[in-house]
Ligand binder design. Structure first.
Ligand code: F6P
Length: 366
């Protein structure tokens, strides 16, 4: 009797990002066409599985053929925080997921997710399930990979916004502040500052000194430049200050508001009009750019190959531009922030963008 292909469960978890559907498509196409596997889509992340099997659908090739360029995720997702937080709840969820996996006769799970989903997946691996991870998040802050699905498109969006703000600021002689996502990692802000030629990049990893930023803007104005452009990561904060939070409508605490604070500080220090724009979820929605379509497709291909080889318990990734893998056993809840030796920090400063480090000599712009 011919050996049947594997039955894979596939889900997307955490905040959405451009490229999730491209990854789903890649998994289904390669699994079915290359190996005769069957893929079952799990609705709303891993928690969907722990809440019963009603949210599980067979994903044939025909269902995914047209989704390469579509934003969001056809499987839905869930970013309400981990249901695994306390020990008792985690045990309950893990038992429910194991029961659902057995009932659905799934041989393995492929989890497309960020740090929260991958940390939950790690606990499933510890509990004996066969899991393979695919890293995604616009924040690009997962350990074990240099790039995650969604980051490249987010930077396209933030860069376009920054350049538009820059020209408006120049027209009105205003300092424009763009607040971008990233939680406690500044990858989006740093890349956006380089790609837009901003005057300043404020990163969560490097508390800024307002004097340095203002000195830099003044120096630029002295050369005849009008306006100014500052990219502020949502987790950035001044020396001696704390990250700024606001409350969502449901009462949860979210990072956000540093842009408006910087605008007020700049106005007070320079007497020049300053405006802040918060890009928000525009950064996460919509079609993935080609780089993210390629990354998502490559990660999907790699994950399915690992499943076929029976090499479970790993998260795929990219290191030095090549496909790589990280074992779930080695991951923690720690996120990948910008480290002091990141060459992108040297690049941004070499090109005249201040990071607001205290008492740094400001490179003159133009
Ligand atoms: O993890 C991605 C991210 O976009 C963060 O940069 C941001 O702080 C957060 O999600 C917001 O998520 P939500 O509004 O879904 O809670």
């Amino acid at each position: 009797m011919a050996k049947r292909g594997l039955r894979l469960g596939l889900c997307t978890g955490g905040g959405d990002c451009p490229g999730l559907n491209a990854a789903i498509r890649g998994v289904v196409l390669h699994a079915e066409l290359s190996y005769g596997m069957e893929v079952y889509g799990i609705r709303d992340g891993l928690t969907g599985l722990s809440q019963g099997s009603s949210g599980v659908e067979r994903l044939p090739v025909a269902r995914v053929e047209e989704i390469l360029t579509r934003g969001g995720t056809i499987l839905g997702t869930n970013s309400q925080g981990s249901p695994f937080r306390d020990k008792a709840a985690a045990q309950r969820h893990i038992a429910a997921i194991k029961a659902a996996v057995a009932r659905l006769k799934l041989d393995a799970l492929i989890v497309i997710g960020g740090d929260g989903s991958q940390f939950m997946a790690k606990q499933l691996v510890t509990a004996g399930l066969a899991v393979i991870g695919i890293p995604k998040t616009i924040d690009n802050d997962l350990v074990g990979t240099e790039q995650t699905i969604g980051f490249a498109t987010a930077v396209d969006i933030t860069t376009e916004a920054a350049c538009r703000l820059g020209s408006s600021g120049e027209a009105h002689n205003r300092v424009m502040i763009l607040e971008v996502m990233g939680r406690d990692a500044g990858h989006i802000a740093l890349a956006t500052a380089i790609a837009s030629g901003a005057h300043a990049a404020l990163l969560p990893e490097l508390p800024f000194a307002l004097d340095t930023v203002v000195g830099h803007l003044r120096a630029a104005q002295k050369t005849g430049q009008r306006g100014g452009l500052i990219i502020a990561a949502e987790g950035a904060h001044a020396f001696g200050g704390d990250p700024v939070f606001r409350r969502s409508v449901s009462g949860s605490l979210l990072l956000g508001g540093i842009g408006a604070q910087v605008a007020a500080m700049v106005y007070e220090a320079m007497g020049i009009e300053a405006r802040s724009t918060v890009l928000g979820h525009v950064q996460r929605g919509g079609t993935p750019n080609p780089a993210d379509r390629i990354l998502a497709s490559s990660f999907a291909r790699h994950a399915v190959d690992l499943a076929q080889q029976g090499a479970f318990g790993r998260i795929v990734g990219i290191r030095r531009g090549r496909a790589s893998e990280t074992s779930y056993a080695s991951i923690t809840e720690k996120r990948r922030t910008i480290d002091a030796a990141d060459p992108m920090l040297q690049t941004v400063e070499a090109l005249g963008t201040t990071l607001g480090r205290p008492s740094t000599s400001n490179k003159r712009r133009r």
